[in-house]
Design a protein around this ligand. Structure first.
Ligand SMILES: Nc1ncnc2c1ncn2[C@@H]1O[C@H](COP(=O)(O)OP(=O)(O)OP(=O)(O)O)[C@@H](O)[C@H]1O
Ligand SMILES: [Mg+2]
Length: 359
């Protein structure tokens, strides 16, 4: 049995500006109906990668394939308009002098009644059939966004490249439009490469996340795997606040005020960073200066005093000044938990929820 090739595949893409590799050996592939999120900080090369795939920027080396066919390397190049790639960027612009229906029909060829049917079909999918004869300026930001999506999808692109397409929308509107957009793209069996620098957006939308940093993809996988097995400290920190506990490894163990951590494979004397997310620090009340007894899964408890407690909606953020070294540890607790400043608590760290890296 022959395996179907990915809808989009890029191999070893590289782009240099001046003396800097802005995109450095980037490879990835996406199946039809799947969404990959390119997630990374500002300036890491996300848009440049998208522009090369779209064909408006030329790579210095590397190849791009669609359905197994080469569309671009450093010699051969199919022009952008023949790549069957849809684009949706943050600053999408509808044509102000055209009706919504004409906007959506813009890239379509063929008979008038066929075009009309396609436009009506897509507008009904995004819930805006009623607006077909309106002009864009009478519609809200979210409605215009959905029109832009319908327009991008109208010519049945095999691939959709989206560069922070939802960042112009307010939060409440955004969640709904993200979900709707995703549903339409899946139904059309489009392969989607979505650029974002928001981890929540990536986790919400992606089948696969590619973490990008300084022009390279440093880790790639399902959102669950990236969140729970991050590549390094920066990758943990990209998805949530972190606490860092510094210590030194000795005999495959690292002693800390929170008890020992297993650090097999670390040299004696190696500087170790133990990374803990605020929601994985457990709190126990102080009982006459005593905390809970040590356990294998939580280690030993260390005492800290509340410096700040804030209600955040779904959870409360409580910060502690640790007794042993004055360092600050952040914790989050579900619901409302607002202890007074200087209240003592005992803090423990779940061994199966922390990450240990070489400093
Ligand atoms: N035509 C160009 N000439 C020189 N440098 C460029 C050019 N295009 C992009 N760069 C540089 O390449 C780097 C990556 O740019 P890119 O737009 O790909 O980043 P990004 O990851 O999309 O960032 P953001 O999240 O801020 O949009 C930046 O430092 C940018 O200044
Ligand atoms: Mg960008």
């Amino acid at each position: 049995m022959t395996q179907t090739p990915p809808r989009l595949e890029i191999r070893n893409l590289r782009r240099r500006f001046g003396d800097r590799d802005v995109v450095n050996d980037v490879s990835l592939s996406i199946q039809p109906g799947h969404v990959t999120c390119l997630l990374g900080p500002s300036g890491c090369g996300k848009s440049t990668t998208l522009r090369m795939i779209a064909g408006v920027e030329m790579q210095d080396s590397g190849e791009i394939y669609v359905d197994g066919n080469l569309i671009c390397d450093t010699v051969f190049r199919i022009p952008p308009e023949r790549r069957q790639i849809g684009l949706m960027f943050q600053d999408f612009a509808l044509f102000p002098h055209m009706s919504v229906g004409d906007n959506v029909a813009f890239g379509l060829k063929g008979r008038r009644d066929e075009k009309r049917a396609r436009v009506e079909h897509l507008l009904s999918k995004v819930g805006l059939q009623w607006a077909i004869d309106d002009y864009p300026h009478v519609l809200s930001g979210g409605e215009q966004q959905r029109i832009a999506l319908a327009r991008a999808l109208a010519p049945r692109p095999r691939i959709m490249l989206m560069d922070e397409p939802f960042s112009g929308l307010d939060n409440r509107l955004r969640d709904g439009i993200r979900d709707e957009t995703l549903a339409v793209l899946k139904e059309e069996d489009t392969a989607v490469l979505l650029v974002t620098h928001e981890p929540e957006e990536a986790m919400r939308m992606a089948d696969e996340i590619a973490l990008m940093r300084d022009g390279r993809i440093v880790q790639q996988g399902a959102p669950y795997n990236i969140y729970n097995a991050p590549f390094d400290k920066e990758a943990v920190g990209f998805f949530s606040d972190i606490n860092v506990i510094k210590a030194t490894s000795n005999g495959a163990l690292t002693e800390t005020p929170f008890g020992p951590f297993l650090t097999p494979g670390f040299d004696d004397g190696a500087e170790v960073e133990i990374i803990v997310r605020p929601q994985h620090v457990k709190l126990d009340f102080d009982r006459n200066g005593h905390g809970p007894s040590p356990t294998p899964s939580r280690g030993e408890a260390a005492r800290g005093f509340v410096t700040r407690a804030r209600f955040m909606g779904n959870e409360s953020l409580v910060e502690f000044r640790m007794e042993h070294d004055g360092s600050i540890l952040k914790t989050t607790v579900p619901n409302v938990f607002l202890p007074a400043e200087e209240t003592p608590f005992w803090l423990t760290i779940r061994r199966d929820r922390c990450f240990v890296y070489k400093a």
